[in-house]
Design a protein around this ligand. Structure first.
Ligand code: UDP
Length: 340
């Protein structure tokens, strides 16, 4: 059987493809390459360049391959962008996901693994956050993903599609074997931005708000290493294939770090100081998001291997150096060269 990975040329999806291939699975990737890289998908994985909301294309893939499972990563993921351009998020993360689900039901696909987000919880009332806590997203990104969770649950009930919804906390780091990492040129995520600042690829870094009700006034997040995260997806796939029930699980380590703490680790691991400026709060940011991880550990028997912030930061630094240690003319396609 073959796994269809939407967004498999992107950061997390690309690591999923590596993990699936490492496990001997057959993989078809569907990616429009809007933020992903062709080179992230290496044979024997097959890349189809296109839109996962294009039903004719998705149906063709289902006709041509024996797909038993979909791992759906393709999405827009930047919270502040979702605030300024909400309809783009409702189109990509909600409307197109609906089309994908319709194709899945028509072709009687059995298993669906969905990349959801801690943003579905909004501003949590208690910490750590449990899967049964209230779902009150405070930004369009979280709402666009929550609606897809609901569609998936309803579709699962009506059509016998088994699913695992994984609510990611903050994903960071890179493949420990150095094959892949975060390559998005205009990245906004904290660890990526901080390592770029440390390496001098940015003039410095803005801290978005130091007046939150947290220990040092900056936002607290639970940073999970990308290989650990995709390992949870493989376990989810195994669980579903063995006939396990549909699940919703948080994916994090259950530990929170403030923005200042992350910056200290980046400075310490890199040995480089860089300019940090305090700016206004960023729209849509909750003060603290820390995962309760009892459910994923008990249901999927998931045990993280890289639960260590300095290790995650070191991987991100190593990847960033590899991306940038290329002659200028090659930089735009640096990842194509690395992965090739
Ligand atoms: N952040 C920051 N400066 C940056 C990028 C992020 O202060 O250049 C903060 C952001 O406001 C949030 C935390 O770092 O409190 C994590 O943000 P990120 O964009 O990495 O992930 P998110 O939690 O929004 O998914």
């Amino acid at each position: 059987m073959t796994v269809l990975v939407t967004g498999g040329a992107g950061y997390i999806g690309g690591h999923m493809v590596l993990a699936l291939l490492d496990a001997g699975e057959k993989v078809v990737v569907l990616d429009d390459l809007s933020t992903g890289f062709r080179s992230a998908v290496q044979p024997p994985a097959k890349l189809v360049v296109g839109d996962f909301g294009d039903m004719a294309l998705v149906e063709r893939i289902f006709r041509e391959h024996s797909i038993d499972a979909i791992a759906h990563f393709a999405a827009k993921i930047v919270v502040p962008e979702s605030v300024t351009d909400p309809l783009r998020y409702y189109l990509n993360n909600t409307a197109k996901a609906r089309n994908l689900l319709e194709c899945a039901t028509r072709h009687k696909i059995k298993h669906f693994i969905f990349s959801s987000t801690a943003a579905v919880y909004g501003e949590p009332q208690s910490s750590p956050i449990h899967e049964t806590d209230p779902l009150v997203p405070i930004n369009p990104y979280g709402r666009s993903k929550l609606m897809t969770e609901w569609m998936l649950q309803d579709t699962g009930k009506a059509h016998g599609l088994n699913y695992v919804i994984l609510r990611y906390f903050n994903v960071a780091g890179a493949d420990p074997k150095g094959r892949l990492g975060q390559s998005t040129p205009q990245a906004t995520h904290l660890i990526k931005v901080a390592v770029q600042a440390a390496l001098g690829f940015r003039p410095g870094l803005e801290v978005f708000g130091n007046d939150y009700p947290t220990k040092d006034g900056t936002c607290i997040r639970d940073y999970i290493q990308v290989t650990d995260l995709v390992a949870a997806h493989l376990m989810a796939l195994e669980h579903l294939r063995k006939g396990g029930e549909s699940l919703i699980c948080n994916c994090g380590y259950g530990k929170g770090f403030s923005v200042f703490e992350v910056l200290d680790v980046v400075k310490e691991v890199s040995g480089i100081d860089f300019k940090v400026q305090i700016s206004a709060r960023r729209p849509g940011d909750p003060a603290s998001l820390v995962a309760g991880v009892g459910h994923i550990k008990s249901m999927l028997n998931w045990t993280p291997k890289y639960d260590d912030l300095p290790t995650i930061v070191r991987q991100a630094l190593d990847w960033e150096r590899r991306l940038h240690n290329k002659p200028m003319r090659e930089k735009s396609s640096a990842e194509d060269l690395l992965a090739g």
